[in-house]
Design a binder for this molecule. Structure first.
Ligand code: PAF
Length: 283
């Protein structure tokens, strides 16, 4: 694996590879890698001739400065995991490389996507995500961008950003990778104590229960039961919501629309999110 730290170097290298007709898959990350990230590397390798990963803990997407400070940095382990997975290129920039003095911040018109769910609880977060992903895509001329479904709303936001900025990049959303008890893999899971780690399986169990109950009892009751479930396991619940695939509101209607259930809940200051498609479209 070749490691680049400078924009000019990685950009020139990849442009050259494009001229050689290589297809480039790109997996942006903030490090503290786990099997979820590695599954994206594998997916990229299965459809591209060259796979690039970036590790950059992006300060502009943390609405909570403490979260930024506590973000785990495990760069040596990350490099070993990426080498093991057969990643071809790692881009490891400094903050100044991503946000140089001449960097011009823009405002992305994300519409309702920014006012609901994570957008509501983490003001400014998605502007920061768009800012860094657009910047990374300027540096990494990729054909396919890989993101995990665990951050469902982030996937929708990036999709919107790609169309707003008319970027010719295919977005490939990969399924969530879970621990044996169903907990969605996340870099934040490392901060959970063993007891909290065990309790956190309730999030996946709640999603499964939602899937079972859909169409049998009203949405309001499903949501109220789910919140109680999570609270009984010591979680403070930000939201349990049912939306259509594009995160529009839905009524008690399970006829032909896809439905996604989304949860955000905090235990001991560690905020976890997860989601599940609970009704497939046009079933
Ligand atoms: O999902 C993440 O890890 C980050 O939001 C991303 C896409 C790498 C941007 O910093």
């Amino acid at each position: 694996m070749i490691i680049f730290k400078k924009e000019v170097d990685v950009h020139a290298f990849l442009l050259n590879k494009k001229q050689e007709k290589q297809t480039i898959g790109f997996v942006p990350t903030m490090g503290a890698l786990h099997e979820g990230h590695i599954s994206l590397i594998h997916k990229s390798k299965s459809i591209n001739t060259l796979t690039v990963c970036s590790i950059f803990v992006n300060p502009t997407q943390f609405n909570n400065p403490q979260d930024f400070e506590k973000y785990p940095i495990t760069i040596d382990e990350d490099i070993l995991m990426l080498e093991d997975a057969g990643c071809d290129v790692l881009f490891l920039p400094s903050t100044h490389e991503i946000y140089p003095d001449h960097f011009v911040k823009i405002n992305y018109d994300l519409g309702y996507l920014e006012t609901i769910l994570e957008g509501k609880y983490r003001p400014g977060h998605f502007q920061g995500v768009c800012m860094v992903v657009e910047r990374l895509l300027q540096i990494i001329p990729c054909d396919v961008l890989f993101l995990g479904q665990k951050d469902y709303q982030q996937c929708m936001v990036i999709d919107k950003m790609l169309s707003l900025r008319k970027m010719n990049v295919e977005l490939n959303i990969a399924e969530t990778i879970r621990e044996a008890d169903g907990l969605a893999m996340s870099s934040r899971n490392r901060r959970l104590s063993p007891e909290e780690r065990t309790q956190s399986a309730v999030i996946f169990k709640t999603l499964i229960e939602i899937k079972d109950k859909i169409g049998k009892i009203p949405f309001d009751s499903i949501i109220a039961d789910s919140k109680k479930n999570l609270e009984d396991f010591g979680f403070d619940v930000d939201y349990v919501e049912l939306k259509d695939y594009y995160l529009h509101p839905i009524e008690n209607d399970t006829s032909n629309k896809g439905i996604v259930a989304l949860i955000a809940a905090t235990i001991n200051n560690i905020r976890l999110i997860d989601n599940m498609i609970v009704v497939e479209k046009n079933r």
